[in-house]
Design a protein around this ligand. Sequence first.
Ligand code: SF4
Length: 351
Amino acid sequence: MAITNSSSKLWFVLQATVWTICLVMVVLLFVKPEIGLHAFWDVLIPVAPALVALLPGVWRNICPTAAMSQLPRHLGISKKRKMPVKTHGWLILASVVLLFLIIPLRHTYFDLNGPATGVFLIVSTIIAIVLASIYDGKSGWCASLCPVHQVEKLYGQKPIATVGNSHCSECSKCVTGCPDSTPSASPHLGGKVWARRAATFGLIGAFPGYVWGWFQVQDYATLSEGLANIVNTYTIPIICGVATLALYALFISVPLQKRKVIDRFFAAAAISCYYWYRIPWLLGFSQFDGNGMLIDLSDTISPTVMTVIPYVTTAFWVWWIALKRNGLRSWMIRPPNAQNTPEPVGITISA
Ligand code: SF4
């Protein structure tokens, strides 16, 4: 299925709506933290992995940080520097390192601290805007340093639909291997540089264990309590991540075609681990009293039903990401090439 970009106004309305909702949410994080925290960590974030996996193009079009980062480009004030392939690779590696650093901090700081989460979102957005005002297209943030981007490529390998690209009316070839326009994008997409390869290996291999390990740690109510338990908070996800990374390392000598199948099973494992715990936690079934709860339905929903739900979501993700055949589909329709656009320096594409 392809959704054409005939209605850029529709994207604009969607972007403005999501942006406004997120602005309200950020304000709430400071003035009514308990509501803002629920809205961000218990509504927006739990929806995001599924949206990224099923409709990554829609996510990329409506993401409020992406919209903000693309402002300098749309206003014509970006310096539009071409990002060298090596720099792109290093930023991708940095994005994976940031992802692994930030996730455990949720337990020690962000999950229960509205202003801290608000400051984190504002600072991320400022960095995104600054980078995008220097580098061309999406190369400064959305296709490189954004900590979510490599997860987009990991989960979004089989999008339901290809949508129009609301940010790129013309393609200036801002990155090597456009994640938006390349069919069946994966973390292997990008230049054949050491840093990008290391990021790809680390993310695909370690992420399932890291996610599983994260759910074995509780939230800490105060910063001092969180700091006192910071080693534990990192150690458990790291040990679990290293375990799945070692398993993944056993497989990487196989030809790339088979490796893609293995990659998809690891991607399915990571998102399955997430929803295996996240849905019960949202409904009041956390093993840690009330952690990550949106609404307490522990007296309403039978524990048997709640035991079955994780198996259903896991079966769905394994089928969708690892087993289902849906052809080679890109997240977005490739826009026409802009005139006089050189390839990024040192171009090599691996998909
Ligand atoms: S479509 Fe072109 S300009 Fe837009 S992100 Fe992809 S490579 Fe960059």
